[in-house]
Design a protein around this ligand. Structure first.
Ligand code: YK8
Length: 177
């Protein structure tokens, strides 16, 4: 896997969770810019295991010439029961892209860790892995992996940049920099 984001933000852990994992205006705006459309989401539901789960469905716009322009996707997010409100949040997200070539072979697993650093700061880590449900032919596998990494890198670089903008807006004039 790869660590795409690893940075301290001048945003509290609680606020970071809200920005990323609720229907926040930040996420709505970001999805808008990425042309992720038709977003529907369940609410967070308690699991028997003690964790929480929610599922998102949406259509992504792809700019990879090898692939069609759109794909529907399903993202299942699990908030681990070890998470502590305001202190530490660990969320695993599994993303299935249903309309890309070889979609029945792979999915993407993103792990988000939000760790309280101080009252107004947290560290955000985003770790990504491409997972295989069945083993494709070697050449196909490297093709999938390569194309997934480039798409993911582009996405998370943009995501980090937008979060930095959000941080700047939130801290503006708050006087506790
Ligand atoms: C989520 C992983 C792979 C996929 C894409 C597939 C190419 C297939 C190549 C063929 C287009 C928002 C990605 C990047 C689409 C976007 C997905 C996003 C960024 C030729 C084999 C969507 C996080 C996420 C997870 C997986 C990403 C896909 O919040 O390359």
């Amino acid at each position: 896997g790869r660590l795409f984001v690893n940075r301290v933000f001048h945003i509290s852990a609680e606020k970071m969770f809200d920005l990323l994992f609720t229907d926040s205006s930040f996420m709505r705006r970001f999805m808008d810019i990425r042309k992720i459309i038709g977003v529907s989401s369940t609410s967070w539901q308690r699991e028997a295991s003690g964790g929480m789960k929610r599922t998102l469905n949406y259509t992504i716009t792809i700019n990879n010439p090898l692939v069609g322009k759109f794909s529907t996707a399903t993202e299942t997010q699990t908030l681990y029961k070890e998470s502590r409100e305001g202190q530490y949040y660990m969320i695993d997200s599994e993303v299935y892209t249903h309309d890309v070539p070889y979609h029945d072979y792979f999915y993407t697993q993103n792990r988000y860790c939000i760790i309280r650093n101080s009252k107004h700061k947290c560290r955000l880590r985003i770790y990504t892995d491409v997972k295989y449900k069945k083993q494709p032919w070697g050449l196909v596998k490297s093709f999938i992996t390569k194309n997934s990494w480039s798409g993911l890198e582009d996405y998370f670089r943009h995501f980090e940049a937008e979060l930095l903008e959000e941080e700047a807006e939130l801290t503006q004039g708050s006087g506790d920099a």
